[in-house]
Design a protein around this ligand. Sequence first.
Ligand code: PLZ
Length: 488
Amino acid sequence: MTDSRSSAAATALSYLPQSRHLATIIPGPRSSALHRERQEQVTDGFGTVLPVFIDRADGGILQDVDGNRLIDFASGIAVTSIGASNRRVGERVAAQLERFTHTCFMVTEYESFTQVAKWLNEHVPGDFEKRTALFSTGAEAVENAVKIARSATGRSRVLVFDEAYHGRSLMTMAMTAKENPYRLNFGPFPNEIVRAASANPLRPANAPASGAGATAGNNDDGASPAGAGVAAAALASVEATLLEHGPDSFAAMVIEPIQGEGGFVVPAPGFLKGLRSLADKYGIVLVMDEIQAGMGRTGTLFASEYEGVAGDITLTAKALGDGVPLSAVTGRAGLMNAVHAGGLGGTYAGNPLACEAALAVFEAFEDGTLLANAQAIEETVRELLEPLVAETGVVAEFRGRGAMLALEFADRGTLEPRPDLVREVSARCHQQGVLTLSCGTYGNVIRLLPPLVISQELLRDGLQVLRQAIIDVAVGQPAREDTAPSFA
Ligand code: PLZ
C-alpha cells in the first residue's frame, strides 16, 4: 500500500521545469530541418498538428529539440494522462524489459495480462460478471467488440451515430461518420453498418437547420425541457432507424459516452439511458466506446458513470497504457465467452510491456488524486474560458467534463461554424508555445486534453494564452447574428 501511495504521489514529480519557455520561434530551426527530412522519407498521408520535434516530455510540458518548452493541452490525444514519462510506468516497463519483451499470450502466458483483465473487470461499470480481452489499438478493440457481439447474437448489423469516431481500420473507418479525412477515397466499405441520430444539444438532428441549437442551449442545463427534448427526439429517431432495418438484425450499437473526434459532444442527458433501454428492448449489445473519454479523463474512471449507464461491453485504450499501446474489451462474461476458442487474439495483443504500464496506471489512480485533478482542471478551465461564450459573439458553447473540455466556434444566432477562427486561434497558441488540438465535424472546435498531472500554474498560463488569442481574434468579428445565412 505504501508503495502505491508513493507511486501516485510520484506522478506529480516532474524532472522537466514545469514552465513555458520560448527559446526560438515555433517551430525552431532544428525542428524545421527535421521536418524537411521527414517530408523526404515519410508518407504525406500522415497529417501534423504542429511540426515540432519532441526531445522530452513530462508533466504538462513537451520540450522540443530547439529547447522550447510547450504546454501540453493534447496528451498525445488523451493518452499520457499520468504524464509522458511517469516514473512508475518507466520502472515497471524497464523491469519487464529485463525479463522478456514478448511471448505472445496465445503461445505462452504471463500473469500481468490476467492482472490487467482483473482490474478492468472490477472497475468497468456494470454489476455483472465480466471477462476481458486485451489488444493493442483502439480500432482493434472496436473491431473485436463487433466480432464478439456478432458471434454472441448471431446477428450482423451494427448501429453507429452521427459524429462518431471509432478508428481508421476498414470496419472502424466505416463506423466513423466524418468523410474527410477519415474515409475519403478509401471505400468500398464493409456492409451492415447503419447510422442513427445522436443527441447533440447545440445542433439537434431533427431540428430546422439554422439557429435551432440556439434555443436548445448549453447542455449543462440538462434539467431544462429543451435538453430533455433533444434526447427524446434523438431516441425516437434511433428507434425508428432500428425499426426500419428490423431491430433483430442488429448485433450491437456502439456509442462514445462523450464524442471525441466528433467535437467533444456531450449527449443530451437521458440519451445514453435511452439507448440502454432500446438495447435491452431489442436484445442488442450496447458497446460503450470509452477509448478517449475513459480511464479518468472526465473526472470519473469512466464517462458513462455520469449517466449511471453501463455498456454490455466497454472499450478502453489510449490512457490505459499511458502511451504503451494497449486496448481492452471488457464485457459480460456470457458475451465474451460466446466466441469459439481461438477466435480472438493477435500477435501483440496485451503485450507484457504494455500490461506493466497499465498496472502502473491503475496504481496511480488508486488514491483518487488524479480524478480530483481532472475535476480541478475543469473548474479552472471553466473559470477562464466559459465567460467567452457571453463575451464574444463567436464562441457558441463551452462543453465537456473533467479534463476533456472544448469550445465550439460558431456565429451566435445562425450557428454558422467558424473553422477559420479555430485555425487562427490555434496558430496563435502554437506560436506562443501552447499545444491545442481541434476537432468536430466542421473543424470548428478547440479541445483541451491536458495531462491529469499538469500543475494548476501551468494550466492557467496556457489558458491565459488561449483566452487572449480568442479575444484578439474575436475582436473585429462582430456576431453575424443579424445576417441571414448565405447560400451563394
Ligand atoms: N474510438 C472514441 O477516440 C482514437 C484518433 C486520432 P486508435 N481517437 C484518436 C487519429 O486521427 O487517428 C479513437 C477514439 C475512439 C476509437 C479510436 C481509435 O483508437 O488507437 O487510434 O486505433
